[in-house]
Ligand binder design. Sequence first.
Ligand code: FMN
Length: 319
Amino acid sequence: MAQLNTQLAGRHYISPLMNASGIHCGLDYMLDELTHSKAATYITKSATLQKRLGNPEPRYYNYKQNSLNSMGLPNEGIDYYLKYVNQDPQTAQRILSITPLTIEDIPLLSKKIDASGYDGLIEINLSCPNILGKPQIGYDFDQMAHYMKVIDQSFYPGSYGVKLPPYFDLVHFDMVAQILNQYPLAFVNSINSVGNALMIHEQQTVIFPKNGHGGLGGATIKPIALANVHAFYQRLNKNIDIIGTGGITNGRDVFEFILCGASMVQLGTVLAQKNLDIFEQIENELHAEMDKYDYKTISEFKGKLQYIQENDAISGASH
Ligand SMILES: Cc1cc2nc3c(=O)[nH]c(=O)nc-3n(C[C@H](O)[C@H](O)[C@H](O)COP(=O)(O)O)c2cc1C
């Protein structure tokens, strides 16, 4: 049987599967449930310095295999998540997600993390599309360069990664990689929701904040997420691992993210819509997909996307 074990930032995991931040990870009991599921590890809800209630409801909507949300980062605050991860016997395997709401928050968050003795990985969210009145740092490259400088001064080399928004222009991939390659990041997580999408039911918006605009997740965004993982795998320093997130619903999807260069993947909307059994189901489907191509390990096909040649016939099923 194929082996699903993988590595992220030199840490070993039994499979590439975990939850995405914001999904089933906001409270202790949810993190407990993830710990006892087939997920290889968990990431916490993005924590801010202080507890936040988030945006007014309704703020989440499911439509088929997609979701639209404008949660506005409701979370218990950094102290709550630090307390949880630090009592976890597997702390070093865990990922703590944080969102600095201003550049001044960065050293304040890092001081708290450092003082707590936390030695797991840290994911810094530079891409929340749902904070009223705040642009996404990931779309303002001058600001992003500025943030990265402060992040570099505040966190230990190799202890952190950043979560990025989706990009749609090859020049933007170049610009972002050029900024990130200057720093000792452990990983990049690509992508956060596709920001400010709109869904309409009958004649009405489906969520309340921002006149109905919210982050799109789910199956529809997979091609965008794959493109982002592929583009960053080609451009980032090889010691920066990639977590692939966006639109995963089955084992075939995970196989495609790994072909594009992902070391691990995260389940967002699919986990919100189904239950924790989804980890086992997707794990089985990934086994089957690897068997189909006779791969015994993840490293055999990680980043090995094959490019169609000019005048090749398109083979296989059409999607
Ligand atoms: C309800 C909800 C809450 C989310 N909260 C966060 C968050 O706190 N931090 C973060 O980095 N991403 C957050 N996200 C984005 C997801 O982690 C993920 O990047 C996005 O949904 C795309 O993955 P998917 O297509 O599998 O849903 C949230 C998404 C949803 C649907």
